[in-house]
Design a protein around this ligand. Structure first.
Ligand SMILES: Cc1cc2nc3c(=O)[nH]c(=O)nc-3n(C[C@H](O)[C@H](O)[C@H](O)COP(=O)(O)OP(=O)(O)OC[C@H]3O[C@@H](n4cnc5c(N)ncnc54)[C@H](O)[C@@H]3O)c2cc1C
Length: 356
């Protein structure tokens, strides 16, 4: 039985590990944090469903529903219920074309159809993560920060994966499902030309703040899924707001509203900063019942010019080494669907290398 180490238990690493485990490989997933999911984090509080990272995936893309069906959670998928978003002009709202909100926020959709909107899960985006983690429970190792990889034996025999604290795992194959800046650095150290370009993929910082209100606190009718603040209509540090409890059903108890603000990194308490801006724009009376901020020091990746060419060149070089694959948001698209696709492709490629 081949031993494979997957580094990173974000959705890409979990998807890769799932395919490898199903094919009978002896899989170990090393994750530096205490929980799986990476950027996917859902919390439940007082009947609210609070998303820290993604709140959905593109409905036009098949990867997440296909995975959900395999995991027996297809009945947990929910459709977006509100549609359309607005631009805050500083004085009022103007309707935005479908897809423009994502573009204004710098979210790359790679030509994917946005007209079908988004989908999510009844209990939040963590549902497929939980389902995968349950099935991979014997493979998952938390608080195992990997510090690098090195070839063992003749160089094509396998890998030694070093973990903080001095321990190491030996494996026939390694899937690197962690951000490009970490994987790129390690690959550079083992002599992979072009890996520097991966190490330089920039992950933009952002802060998301979820705020809970009673519905009677909101002075202005909420329409659509939310709004984006246009570049010339400064409401710093507010960039956008999602009306989370309108976008999907079940995000807030009856009579309540859940808003999610996207902020640029700024000094001060994110909850207070977000509330102050939203109160002015949406006519909110009184303080939020509570707020919860998630800080993404390195959030969504922004690819440089020729990114796909660099990734292809690195993958070509990796084929000359002992089995090693790269996957995740840093390479093949930042959306959750793209990460599932990328993880599963890496799992299949690894199986091919190990058996071929
Ligand atoms: C605020 C925000 C909103 C978003 N909204 C959406 C959305 O609505 N729809 C959508 O489709 N996408 C959205 N995204 C993007 C999407 O969530 C991510 O691109 C995707 O989840 C990344 O998955 P991944 O597995 O590639 O990486 P990650 O989730 O980053 O997983 C990498 C894992 O590797 C671990 N790791 C890192 N270093 C090490 C190490 N040295 N050793 C061991 N483990 C390590 C990390 O702890 C992490 O668990 C959003 C992202 C953010 C931040």
């Amino acid at each position: 039985m081949s031993r494979v180490v997957v580094v990173g238990a974000g959705i890409a690493g979990l998807a890769a590990a799932w395919d490898l485990a199903q094919a009978g490989a002896d899989v170990t997933v090393l994750e530096s944090e205490r929980r799986p999911g990476g950027m996917i984090v859902t919390e439940h509080r007082d009947g609210f469903v609070v998303e820290g990272g993604p709140d959905g995936f593109l409905a036009a893309e098949p990867e997440v529903p296909a995975l959900a069906a395999e995991l027996g959670i297809a009945d947990r998928l929910v459709a977006q219920q509100a549609r359309g978003s607005s631009l805050w002009t500083g004085k009022g709202f103007e309707p935005l074309e479908e897809g423009r909100a994502a573009a204004l926020l710098g979210i790359e959709t790679r030509g994917a159809s946005l007209t079908a909107g988004f989908r999510s899960f009844a209990d939040g985006m963590v549902e497929p993560v939980v389902a995968l983690a349950e099935r991979l429970v014997n493979s998952l190792r938390f608080t195992q920060g990997v510090t690098g990889i090195a070839p063992v034996g003749s160089g094509r025999a396998g890998w030694r994966v070093a973990v903080t604290g001095g321990s190491a795992h030996e494996a026939d194959g390694v899937v690197l499902a962690l951000p490009a800046y970490a994987a790129g650095r390690w690959l550079e150290q083992i002599g992979v030309a072009d890996a520097r370009a991966l190490a330089e993929v920039v992950y933009a910082p952002s802060v998301t703040v979820s705020l809970a209100y009673r519905a009677d606190q909101i002075g202005r009718p909420l329409e659509g899924t939310g709004f984006v603040v246009g570049a010339h209509h400064a409401a710093p540090p507010l960039r956008a707001c999602t009306y989370a409890s309108l976008k999907y059903a079940g995000r807030a108890p009856d009579g309540h509203v859940l808003l999610r603000a996207f902020l640029a990194p700024a000094d001060g308490d994110p909850g207070q900063l977000a509330h102050a801006e939203l109160a002015a724009i949406l006519g909110i009376r009184g303080a939020p019942l509570w707020s919860r901020a998630f800080h993404w020091m390195r959030g969504l990746p922004r690819y440089r010019e020729h990114h796909a060419v660099h990734v292809a060149a690195v993958r070509e070089r990796l084929r000359r080494l002992a089995p090693v694959a790269i996957c995740g948001a840093g390479y093949d698209g930042a959306g959750v669907s793209a990460c599932v696709r990328s993880g599963r492709a890496a799992g299949k490629e690894m199986l091919g290398r190990l058996t071929g």
